[in-house]
Design a protein around this ligand. Sequence first.
Ligand code: GTP
Ligand code: MG
Length: 394
Amino acid sequence: MSQLVSPSLGPNHARSASAPPSIEESGILLPPNRFYNEESQRISNMIDDELKKESALRKEAKRKEIKVMLLGQAESGKSTLQKQFQLYYASQTLETERPSWRPIVHFNIMKAVRMILDELDYEFARAENAEQEEIQEQDVDNELLEISPSHKNEILDLRSRLLPLVALHDSLASELSGGVSITGGKTGVFVRSGWQTLLTPSRGWMGNVHTGKPQAVAGLAAKALHTAQEDIRKLWLHPVVRIFVDKRKVRLEESGPFFLDNIERIAQPDYVPDIEDVLSVRLQTLGVIEHSFPINLGGTMYDWRLYDVGGARGQRHAWVPYFDDATAIIFLAPISAFDQYLEEDPRTNRIDDSLQLFTAICANQLLKKAHLVLMLNKTDLLKRKLKAGIRVAK
Ligand SMILES: Nc1nc2c(ncn2[C@@H]2O[C@H](COP(=O)(O)OP(=O)(O)OP(=O)(O)O)[C@@H](O)[C@H]2O)c(=O)[nH]1
Ligand SMILES: [Mg+2]
């Protein structure tokens, strides 16, 4: 009997008793090589076929992927249009997100109340100065409104009762934004991609948008709003505030009047925003947020990737890396903004800014193959302004 030798150890090294025998040693009969060749060829061909199929599928999927960028200045309605796409093509996802919008709706109301009170303060101070200095000449565009002493007292009274609510404004903004702020802009709430999942009811409505941890200020704000609802309603319906709004002395964001009209409903402890509330909310986008929808067009499924971007001037540099493979651009220009100025640069008219931005987008070489859609939106607000006698020429 020949000595047990391991090929790797060499002929002079004995194999240990525990080592398993080789295939040859085990006596198992190996099939002829021809069989191996045929079988391996068959498997190899099968793998090639699979790879070809996969590559074709990938190409097909790529062909059906449509990348759409929503561009335009801040507050032009990009996120609102994205929500409308979501409502149309993936309504269930918007439905489940509804509770996470609650603290943001509360923030929108607090911001509107604060803007009204700030403007009233400013107007009272102007009136006092005018009285002291007996200013005769008035700027026709900024004429001083006469406020009766009783009206002034009513407003001062409401103001002092609303102070606890207003005092929470900045800290709520900071809490909802996770401490993020944008230089040059006013206090706001800024969100990044995926914030909704961090604010779902399972984590508690008052979860932080970035960490999901419970938020103390949002809870306080909800309680303060509930307590102050009657005062907010009185302020909003006060004759002086009505005149201020009509004469456009106080220019609230679009969401303000809508939510103030609905204060009673929104201030309830069990309030959950409905779809109209979600579409009316003003919430600034930070960076670029990708949304994906499967869309069936003429029987073919397309994977629509919608890129919603932050539109403020300091945010626009983040758009460029997405230009290269964009299929289409939807450029939003709010046509009602002819008498408004940028929040981040109060000297620049919003229509001028939109025009400059649109010109730059049209000239960008990276976008030369992309389809371009220009959407003039906020036509309802334009109609309302024209009806109220505001002249475009001015
Ligand atoms: N009345 C009216 N309001 C609109 C329309 N489109 C948008 N809005 C409102 O305008 C506000 C601004 O909308 P957003 O969608 O947040 O603006 P954005 O372009 O995403 O702004 P950034 O994220 O800062 O770049 C929201 O309160 C919307 O409800 C419209 O056609 N009509
Ligand atoms: Mg946005």
